[in-house]
Design a binder for this molecule. Sequence first.
Ligand code: ADP
Ligand code: TRP
Length: 311
Amino acid sequence: MKRLFTGLQPSGTLHIGNYFGALKPFVDVYEDYESHIMVADLHALTSLRDPQALRQNIIDVVKDYIGVGIDTEKAILFKQSDVQEHTELAWIFECLVTVPFLSQAHAYKDKVAKGIEANAGLFNYPMLMASDILLYDTDIVPVGEDQRQHIEYAREAVTKFNNAYGETFVAPQEMILKGVGIIPGTDGQKMSKSYKNTIPLFGTKDEITKAVMSIVTDSSGERPENVYAIHKLFRTESELDTLYTENAGKYKNLKDALVEDIEAMVAPMRERRDSVSDADVVTILKKWSEKAREQASKKMSVVREKIGIAL
Ligand code: ADP
Ligand code: TRP
């Protein structure tokens, strides 16, 4: 079985754009591989300095993934900081790549351009990510388009290491998760937590209702396009044609129908998420971190031997 590896930033509340754009396509494929899913808590430190928030985000991201359908018996779901080999290998890669090479990373440049502090962790981020992937002889890395370059960086780390010390690492391939395209938010722009135009994935029915009622409707046409664009995710075009024809101009009815459709999808996921306690999350992460550590330490023994630090 091929190996799949992905990392999740523990970065707060999910919205339905995240679900259709990244989570659902991931849930659809992970069982076809031997899958590792890692909570990237050390990566989160590049931007988060609130211990309580980080702790909560780690717990939440695990619950979210269980909520959307990840079976924790079928995937190795672990926490980055529980496997110290990740930071050790990152250092070794950092000694193999150059500053000009790392300076070209789009994610780094974009963040700095937005005025985000250019800490050294942010700069070295791609080499920690390369270590995450390469420690487990990963074949496939499912990620969003924004992470494509980071997988190229991981391949560069493979080349640099293998050239210097001999064949050791496997070059991974990205699998770009293509959901149903860009999901618009309540204002018609791309749904994004930074635009405050989201419909929460695990919100209560009241929260979902509030978000749907706030969808901006353009009163010039018969069909409220912003409502329709989101509704398309939940029903076929012909179902929607009937519904929107029968309710032409009745925006409130259409929004009510959308709330019901979102709720029908979300309610079972929310129930599954709510059935997981914080203690369950700790138990799951502990169990799988041991497994990951076992695999990573085997690989690192080989690496230490090759680079000449094992005496
Ligand atoms: P946000 O824009 O809310 O900060 P993130 O950048 O954290 O979202 O996105 C996490 C993942 O969810 C990305 O891989 C991205 O592909 C997906 N995603 C986010 N927003 C959307 C959207 N509006 N439509 C489709 N996919 C999205
Ligand atoms: N950088 C990824 C993101 O922001 C998260 C991540 C960390 C990751 N390590 C990884 C993704 C390894 C894939 C593989 O989404």
